[in-house]
Design a protein around this ligand. Sequence first.
Ligand code: HEM
Length: 211
Amino acid sequence: MSQAVNFAKRMVLWNAAVPGLLLAYDAWRGNLGGNPINFSIRTTGMLSLIMLVLSLAVTPLVRWAGWGWLGASRRTLGLYAFAYGLAHFLLFFGLDREWSLASTWSEIALRPYLAIGGASLLIMLPLAATSTNAMIRALGGARWKQLHRLAYAAAILGCLHYLLLVKADIRLPVVFFVVLGGLLLSRFIPTRSRSLPPRRPLPESRGPAAG
Ligand code: HEM
């Protein structure tokens, strides 16, 4: 791995942890405002969605902007999306529902937006579990790629969860949907190299008559 790729990977690894560390620091200092539980649930939910969308933006940026150095960070961003999503759920389960399975379950059954958030997190679980090099080898490149397309489903459900929970101002969830739609569409646009006309055969492959 080149030095530039390694540097970029480390930058992403450390920087993506910063908002979570700041949240933990503010919680420790008692600086989370009037409703600290809700603040921390909302912050981790937002971080999970942002990391998920950023991880999906990596491939288009590599393909369209030529940012090849970013490619190695896709997995890091995806794992952060899962980690923040898990923290988001645990904060809800532990602090909001006081570790009560019954209360958590009845709340999720009662509010569709929670079930949708749960589905998004459940989809991310096998993606995180299969993110190691050993799992990529075990599944084979093609099957691994197919499985990891589910990240789009997780992101769509995450956006829907967000859209359904906001009471009045839906602008931000709509922005997430538009960005996600753009990323999804970009998958279907052929890259420049693919749309080039087929290469002419090399002179030596035209056979003796061409010589
Ligand atoms: C079982 C899983 C989940 C549960 C129980 C859950 C629960 C919640 C709750 C209780 C809130 C705050 C609602 C309010 O204040 O009215 C919330 C907000 C949010 N959640 Fe989740 N969530 C889950 C999964 C997810 C996942 C996987 C994502 C991201 C992909 C996500 C993204 C968000 C976002 C973006 C917000 C709003 C943040 C804001 O208002 O700034 N959630 N969630």
